[in-house]
Design a protein around this ligand. Structure first.
Ligand SMILES: Cc1cc2nc3c(=O)[nH]c(=O)nc-3n(C[C@H](O)[C@H](O)[C@H](O)COP(=O)(O)O)c2cc1C
Length: 321
C-alpha cells in the first residue's frame, strides 16, 4: 500500500491508542514488522495552548519511522495548525481522528461526532490537506449508530476533500467496542473510494487478519488491542502473507525478554516513576495466559521498579519451564 508517495511495507499497522501507542510501543511494533504506526491522538486545542504533554505525545524520533501523527478536534483552523506542527515532526502523514467515541471528545463535535456532520468533516480535510504537503488520512467508524451507518458515503466525501487513505473501524460510535465488527461496511467503503482503505477491528491473529483482507478487499489492516503484549503479531502476519508460514508465539523466555526491553524503553522515555506505573498494564498483557501469571497478578499490579519486573519475569520463566 502507498500512503501518498510513501510505500508501506508489510501487511498490518499499529492502531492509534491513547495511553498505549506511545514512543516505546511504536518502536517495538515497528521492530516486529508493523508497516507503520500511528501516535496516540493529539488534541489540536491542547497544542494551540502549548501543552507540554501534547507536544510530547506528538514528538517522533527516527526510530519510529514510518509513523503518522493523529490529531483530533472540530475546528478546521485549529486542526490546520496541528497538522502544520505535526508535519515538522517528520511523520509520513497526518491522520485525523473521526472515530473516537469518548464523550469528552464527541461532545465538542470532534472524533466520532464528525460522522454526524459530513460537511464539517469535509471542510476539515480540505483545510488540512491545503495546509500541508504530507498526505492526510482519516480514521472513521461505521457510523454514529445503527440508524446512521454512513461510512461509505462519508469516506467518499473525504476522498473528494483530499484524503489519501481511510482507516475504518467497523463499529458504530454507539457500539463503542462491543461485538460484532461489521466487515460489510468496510467492504462497502472499499467499493466506494479509490484511495487505500485500511480495515480495523478485532484482528487478533492470522485467521482474523486473513478474513479482514479477503472479505473486505481492504488494502491494509490495522491492529490495536491484538498487539497488546504481543508486538510479534505483525511478524506473524507478515510471514503468513509473504511465505505462507505460521510462526508460533515466542517461547516464554523470549516473551519476557521482549517485555523487559519494552519497559526499559518506556522508563527511558518517561522516567522510572511513570514508566514503572505504565509497566503494570503492559506486564499484565505480556504475561496473560502464562502459567503462574494469575497468581502473580497482585505483584504485577504493584510493580514499583524495573527490578520488580525483572523478578516477576524470572518467576514466570521458572513456573513455565
Ligand atoms: C485504549 C484504547 C485507546 C484508543 N485510542 C484511540 C485513539 O487515540 N485514536 C483512535 O483513532 N482510536 C483509538 N482507539 C481505537 C483503536 O485505534 C481501534 O480502532 C479499536 O481498538 C479497534 O481495533 P482493535 O479491535 O484492533 O483494537 C483506541 C482503542 C483503545 C482500546
Amino acid at each position: 500500500m502507498k500512503i501518498g508517495d510513501e510505500q508501506i511495507n508489510g501487511f498490518a499497522c499499529l492502531a492509534p491508542m491513547a495511553g498505549i501507542s506511545d514512543r516505546a510501543f511504536r518502536e517495538i511494533c515497528l521492530k516486529y514488522g508493523a508497516g507503520y504506526t500511528v501516535t496516540e491522538m493529539v488534541s489540536s486545542k491542547g497544542l494551540e495552548c502549548g501543552s507540554k504533554k501534547t507536544e510530547m505525545i506528538m514528538s517522533l524520533t527516527e526510530n519510529e519511522y514510518p509513523s503518522e501523527i493523529q490529531i483530533f478536534g472540530s475546528d478546521p483552523e485549529s486542526l490546520r495548525y496541528a497538522a502544520i506542527e505535526s508535519e515538522k515532526q517528520g511523520c509520513i502523514g497526518i491522520d485525523i481522528n473521526m472515530g473516537c467515541p469518548a464523550p469528552k471528545v464527541s461532545k465538542n463535535g470532534a472524533g466520532s461526532a464528525l460522522m454526524k456532520n459530513p460537511e464539517l468533516a469535509f471542510k476539515i480535510v480540505k483545510e488540512v490537506t491545503n495546509a500541508v504537503k504530507k498526505p492526510v488520512t482519516v480514521k472513521i467508524r461505521s457510523g454514529w449508530d445503527e440508524n446512521s451507518v454512513n461510512a461509505a458515503d462519508f469516506a467518499k466525501r473525504l476522498e473528494e476533500a483530499g484524503a489519501s487513505a481511510i482507516a475504518v473501524h467497523g463499529r458504530t460510535r454507539k457500539q463503542m467496542y462491543a461485538p460484532p465488527v461489521d466487515l460489510d461496511i468496510i467492504k462497502q467503503v472499499k467499493m466506494s473510494v479509490k484511495i487505500p482503505v485500511i480495515g480495523n477491528g478485532d484482528i487478533t491473529d492470522i485467521m482474523s487478519a486473513k478474513r479482514m483482507y479477503e472479505y473486505t478487499g481492504c488494502d491494509f489492516i490495522m491492529i490495536g488491542r491484538g498487539a497488546l503484549g504481543r508486538p510479534w503479531i505483525f511478524k506473524q502476519i507478515n510471514e503468513y502473507f509473504t511465505n505462507n508460514e505460521i510462526i508460533s508465539d515466542p517461547i516464554v523466555e523470549e516473551r519476557m525478554r521482549i517485555m523487559l526491553g519494552h519497559i526499559e524503553k518506556l522508563c527511558e522515555y518517561k522516567g522510572n516513576d511513570v514508566g514503572t506505573k505504565e509497566a503494570r498494564k503492559h506486564a499484565g498483557w505480556y504475561t496473560k495466559g502464562l502459567r503462574g501469571a494469575a497468581g502473580l497478578r497482585r505483584e504485577i499490579g504493584a510493580i514499583g521498579s524495573l527490578d520488580d519486573l525483572r523478578k516477576i519475569a524470572d518467576r514466570i520463566i521458572q513456573l513455565n519451564s
